[in-house]
Every structure is written in C-alpha cells, then in structure tokens.
Design a protein around this ligand. Structure first.
Ligand code: GP9
Ligand code: MN
Length: 431
C-alpha cells in the first residue's frame, strides 16, 4: 500500500513517546562519538570461549554504572545491511523491502538526519571515519544529504597493503589514524566510526592477535571470536586515547552492532560452540540471535542494564532526547527507549516481529520465556497478535512510502532548514 505525507504524519504524531524527564538533556552540549560495531551480535557480550572472555573491554563497558546497556535490542536491517543500520540510526526511517536506500535513493532523496539536526540544534560539527572507499554503499553522496561536514574515507588514511583487509583499514589503525583529524574538529562534534575488521569471512591475520580459533567445520564461526576480540582491543585502545586527551569527559559514546555476523546457515556450527543442541533449534532461535549491542556511555550517566525491547529504529529519538532535542516534529518511526511510552513491538524488515513476551515469525507464535511454539493460542492472544502484525505492516508501509515517494521533500519540520548537498565536498584526501 502507498501512503501520502498526511498519513505518515498522523502515525508519527500519535506514535511519538514523550521524553523521560530523568534523561532528557542529560548529555546536552556533549560531543557524540558513535561507534559502529561491524557484524557484532549481542551473544558475544560476556561470552567465554575456552574459558577466555571474547570481548573483555565491551563487557566492562556493558556492566559499567555509567552505561545504559540494552539487552533486548534487535537489528532490523534488510538487504542494505550496514547501510540500513546507518539509515535507521541517523534518520529514524527503515530501510527498503528490497535493496538499500543508500544506493538506490540516497543520492537524491531528502533526509532529516542526525548531523543536520545537531548542526541546527547546538551547532555541532559532524564527521564520519571509515577505512573503506567512500563510494561503498554510495556513502560519498548520502552523507552530503545527511549534512555531514566531513567524511574521512580510505583516501584519508595510510592504506598500504599490510594495513588493510577485505573491507578496508584494520580497526586499530582506523582509530589510531583518525586521531589527528578528530583533534581538529570543532566542538561540540557528532562523529561516527564505522569499523570493518569483524566482517564476514572474518579473515584476521595471526599477527593481529592469537585469540583461540574454534574448530568447527565452519570457518566463519571459527574466526568470528578472534575478529570480535580484535575489535574489542581496538575499542580499549581508543577509549585510552579519549581518556588521555580529555575528550572522554566531554563526550557521550554510543555503540551499536549493525547486524548478524553469523547467518542462519552458520548457526548449526555455532550451536555447538554455544553448547546448544541443534536438533531442537528453531526459527525462533535464529530470531533471538538478531540481538545486537546498543550501549550509551557517558561519565555521570545513570546507567544500568535495560531490558526493555527495542531496535535500531529507536536509537535516534533516544539519542536526541539525551541531547535535549525533542524528536516530536521529525518523521521518525521509532520511539525513545527510555520513555515510559516507548513502543516495545520490534519489527523486522520481513514483517516478522518481537515483543517482550512473544516472537511472531510468519504467523507462528513463540514464547520468549522458554522459546516454545504456542500451538493453541487463545482467541485473545490471536487477536493481540493480529493487531501487532497490522501495526508492523502499517509502519513498514508508511516508511516505504517516505523513501519511495521521497516524501520528506514536502515536509520541513518547524525551525529546520533543508540540507543542500552542494555545501559539502569530501575530496581533500590523505596528506
Ligand atoms: C564496508 C562496510 C560493509 O564499507 O560497511 O558493509 P556490509 O557488507 O556489512 O553491509
Ligand atoms: Mn555491516
């Protein structure tokens, strides 16, 4: 179904969740450092492989009293993978049912994205750091429409053959080589670091770490823990730098996993490593593994493990409210995770969904408590599921209309100035 702008605004207005007064503006004026954890799944947190923590640094951050650590946060990407995650986190709109918004519509559509919102509410400077070529996922065009001041792509880094793997500069080098640029950014800044080393097929060199490899018949599973460990070490190093430079005290750090690293077909081999029996494995087990980290860390922040259900679509209003910017007038399909009115129905791009009690996959209902299928749902539950499904379908269709009909060109939130991509040029390069 195709919708017009009025239907979209009807939905986002009534779906809006008011900020939580305990958190609204808690990070006002702080720098924002967003760290994209490539292919990082939540099950890695606190996981021990052969008695060794895979990600000791992220674990310590997860349990830190100044971290809001979400334990039921799901990735919601479609075929656009990384680019879908970026799109949701920075525009509050879903990816497309097929393909990637970035590559198919990102050059021409109108967006009201985080960099431009923050530029206009707090005079933030914005920058992306990513050690792959700028054309990947059409980022070099999309970021201009998002209002990013700077895009430090691979041309800004030393990418000699030893420094790169398949998707670009190794993470430790990305963080290390970004510092000279980061230090020159006007504060407050909104910055995003997109890591790449923990990406399928996870081809880390032995010289980059000796974390034990698993010995299943599946090489992606075998290597996944080692590359995740390497990513974790790169974060520890970056945090050390942030602390020694003083930036740490002036910043809010947001970390998220974009999507799975191990696909459903890898889960057979994974189940053994997790000590689980694959004979009883169901689609629901695959769905539960779609959890990814979402952590917000800031000195002085009232943190703790947050069990409410949510997903990538909810990140933008959550972040904006922490920064003291109301999301009410923007077209965003998620809701603030910290709001008492937060909507806990999490839509997957294929219209399946998860709620705190049930997971519904192609109409089959599973109980989250024990993972069992509800074979004889009561009439009441059936009615509830139908209602949720209708909402999920409606929300995704509205989002598709926003993207496919470029509806935001007809809507400018009060006080917002549309972005002109011609204002940006990322061509300076490594010098
Ligand atoms: C490469 C990267 C990978 O630039 O961000 O994207 P993905 O393959 O994960 O979608
Ligand atoms: Mn990715």
């Amino acid at each position: 179904e195709s919708y017009d702008l009025d239907s979209v605004l009807d939905f986002t207005k009534q779906h809006y969740a008011v900020p939580n007064a305990d958190y609204f503006g808690a990070a006002k004026g702080k720098n924002v450092i967003v760290i994209h954890l490539e292919s990082f799944q939540q099950f890695l947190i606190d996981f021990k492989f052969e008695g060794q923590e895979v990600t000791p640094f992220l674990n310590s951050l997860y349990h830190n009293q100044n971290t809001l650590a979400f334990s039921n946060f799901f990735n919601q990407v479609g075929q656009g993978k990384t680019s879908d995650a970026e799109n949701m986190l920075e525009t509050g709109v879903y990816g497309l049912p097929q393909g990637s918004v970035f590559t198919t519509l990102g050059s021409d559509n109108t967006f009201q994205a985080a960099p431009s919102i923050l530029k206009q509410n707090g005079d933030y400077t914005s920058a992306v750091f990513h050690g792959n070529v700028g054309t990947f996922w059409n980022r070099n065009n999309v970021y201009k429409n998002f209002g990013y001041n700077y895009f430090f792509d691979s041309s800004y880094f030393n990418t000699s053959p030893d420094n790169v793997l398949q998707y670009g500069l190794k993470d430790k080098l990305l963080f290390g080589q970004s510092i000279k640029y980061l230090e020159q950014l006007q504060q407050p800044f909104y910055s995003k670091f997109i890591t790449v080393t923990n990406h399928f097929p996870f081809p880390l060199l032995k010289t980059d770490g000796d974390f034990p490899r698993a010995t299943t018949e599946n090489s992606a599973v075998n290597n996944y823990f080692a590359t995740a460990h390497y990513l974790d070490q790169s974060l520890a190093e970056f945090f050390n730098y942030l602390k020694s430079s003083g930036l740490y005290d002036k910043s809010m750090i947001v970390l998220y996993g974009d999507h799975y690293g191990l696909s459903n077909s890898d889960n057979k081999a994974l189940s053994g490593v997790l000590g689980r029996d694959y004979d009883t494995w169901t689609d629901n087990d695959n769905a539960q593994l779609q959890r990814v980290p979402y952590m917000i860390h800031m000195p002085g922040l009232k943190g703790g493990i947050q069990t409410q259900y949510g997903g990538e679509i909810d990140a933008l209003p959550t972040m904006l409210h922490l920064l003291g910017i109301n999301s009410q007038n923007y077209v965003q399909f998620g809701t603030d995770l910290l709001s008492k009115q937060h909507d806990q129905v999490v839509a997957f791009r294929n219209h399946n969904f998860v709620t705190p009690e049930y997971t519904v996959l192609d109409g089959t209902i599973y109980q989250n408590q024990d993972g069992t299928e509800v074979t004889q749902p009561t009439a009441k539950l059936q009615k509830q599921v139908a209602k949720w499904q209708k909402q999920v379908n409606h929300e995704l269709s509205l989002s598709d209309s926003v993207n496919e009909k470029n509806l935001l060109r007809f809507y400018t939130p009060t006080g917002f100035k549309p972005v002109d991509p011609a204002d940006y040029n990322y061509q300076t390069g490594y010098q």
